[in-house]
Design a protein around this ligand. Structure first.
Ligand code: FAD
Length: 460
């Protein structure tokens, strides 16, 4: 059996970035990439917005394209069924085996589903699941969206021609990313007409997943990319534009078919057991027999070299839990920015290990930074933007211009710990520096958000 120096498992952002980086760092070595889906995800138009903020598009590409661009990468369309870390062999669904020296697990995560077997309940994760949703939406008059994270927020904005009941367990919308004030800022936009963007160019190429019903792809492909809603028509059967109703502080206890509902007659006595808990569950089932140390939230623990407790086995992206001592203003969130960063960094760690070396933790793990878009507003999250981990020991500075911008600064000990910027505020670079440098803001804090003061001049 041929032995590969490097093996990467998973064709999502983390796995593909890891394989690309390994290919560039070690051009004379063989890199094998196993992917359960025929389309892989590649990062395109990467742009560094500031020291820690980055933006990129995600392109779905046929796996063959990767072999053309990276000749020492072999892409294997198959499903991993077992990883024998003693013999350093990966076993595949078709009976094949691949021997490796070092492996990086990038199998991602899947949505935490309620009533998974109910035909009326759909979970959104990959291109295929979005297409199924689109088809079903076509004939829908009313849908219920359960969840209060980024996906739910984007979805209620995108869906038109259909009543949307948005069930959230919290007191305000979009809790994963924003605070009650910013949620209030967004509320008027829930039922506004969406601007028509159909004339704008599509940023990424799309390829149809070949071979529907393919047993290898059947377990789902990689999670979607940043512009997953860009060219989708999310339209229901009615003529209404946006019709969103939010139900706060509710939990789904059960999901019944119309027939079950009729027969039951007593909805309040339905057994509990479903929860609206959001988020994703790392895809680790295959590795439960491998004696990896797992975190409480179910990810494979990795150290600051992205290595698990089993030597030579690395992990990156949604499947792993960063288990080193985090920098004060960084935390893990299962986002594509972190999947890319972890995949790239894992490759550097693996290449260094091959030389008997170690690398310093990458600068991107110094501070949490993420750019996204909600309700057509640019949203930038920096550091402890929601006071994460600070208990009540923080101060908040706010500047709100209705319909234009929402600026929130979190101060801890008179130093900036985090910020949430909605709209085109142009404050991200200055605030990033203030968080990274931990400048004492006591003399300035009363003026920090004064719109008449040029904050850049202040700190020059
Ligand atoms: P994935 O992209 O899930 O890739 C995992 C790969 O492993 C897949 O190719 C899969 O086929 C493969 N695999 C799994 N098991 C096996 C096996 N046994 N054998 C072989 N291959 C296997 N993040 C943001 O930053 N901003 C957002 O706005 C945002 N919105 C999102 C919207 C949606 C609808 C979804 C679903 C996710 C969103 N995310 C968002 C999260 C983001 O997509 C993920 O954090 C990121 O894609 C994780 O990348 P990954 O490579 O770790 O995993």
């Amino acid at each position: 059996m041929k032995k590969n120096k490097f093996l990467v498992i998973g064709g999502g952002i983390a796995g593909v970035t890891c394989a690309e980086q390994l290919s560039s760092l070690c051009p004379t070595e063989e890199v094998a990439l196993i992917t359960a889906s025929k389309l892989i995800k590649a990062v395109k138009n990467y742009q560094k917005v500031s020291r820690t903020l980055e933006q990129f598009d995600v392109e779905e590409r046929p796996m063959i394209a990767m072999e053309t661009d990276f000749p020492n990468v072999q892409v294997i369309h198959n499903k991993l069924t077992n990883l024998d870390t003693d013999k350093q062999v990966a076993m595949l669904a078709d009976g094949g085996e691949i021997q490796y020296e070092m492996v990086c697990i990038c199998t991602g995560a899947r949505p935490r589903m309620i009533a998974a077997n109910n035909p009326f309940v759909l979970g959104i994760r990959d291109t295929e699941s979005v297409q199924t949703f689109q088809k079903r939406l076509h004939n829908a008059r009313r849908i219920v969206v359960i969840g209060n994270g980024g996906i739910a927020t984007e979805l209620v904005w995108e869906v038109q021609g259909c009543e949307v009941l948005w069930a959230v367990k919290d007191r305000h919308i979009s809790t994963t990313f924003v605070d009650p004030g910013a949620a209030q800022f967004f509320l008027p936009h829930l039922n506004k007409e969406k601007p028509d963007t159909s004339h704008e160019p599509i940023k990424r190429h799309k390829y149809a997943e070949q071979g529907e019903g393919d047993p290898v792809s059947a377990d789902g492909g990689a999670a979607l990319g940043p512009d997953w809603t860009a060219d989708l028509q999310m339209r229901g059967i009615t003529k209404t534009g946006h019709a969103v109703h939010v139900d706060y502080e509710v939990e789904v206890r059960s999901v019944m078919s119309p027939e079950e509902f009729r027969i039951s007659g007593k909805p309040t006595t339905q057994p509990p057991g479903f929860s609206t808990e959001q988020g994703v569950v790392p895809n680790v089932q295959l590795f439960l027999q491998n004696n990896f140390t797992m975190s409480n939230e179910g990810g494979i623990q990795v150290n600051d070299q992205m290595e698990t407790n089993v030597p030579g086995v690395f992990a990156a992206g949604d499947v792993c839990t960063a288990s080193w001592d985090w920098a004060p203003h960084w935390h893990q969130m299962r986002l594509w920015s972190q999947a890319r960063q972890m995949g790239a960094y894992a490759a550097r760690c693996m290449a260094a290990r091959d030389q008997g070396d170690q690398v310093h933790l990458d600068f991107c793990f110094e501070m949490f930074a993420h750019v996204t878009n909600f309700f057509n507003y640019k949203v930038i999250l920096l550091g402890k933007f929601n006071g994460q981990g600070l208990g009540n020991d923080y101060e908040i500075l706010l500047r709100v211009t209705k319909g234009v911008e929402y600026v929130k600064v979190v101060l801890h000990d008179n130093r900036m710990a985090g910020a949430l910027l909605v709209g085109d505020t142009d404050l991200e670079e200055t605030f990033e520096n203030l968080i990274l440098n931990q400048t004492d803001l006591s003399p300035f804090k009363d003026h920090l958000l004064d719109p008449d003061i040029d904050i850049d001049d202040f700190f020059d």
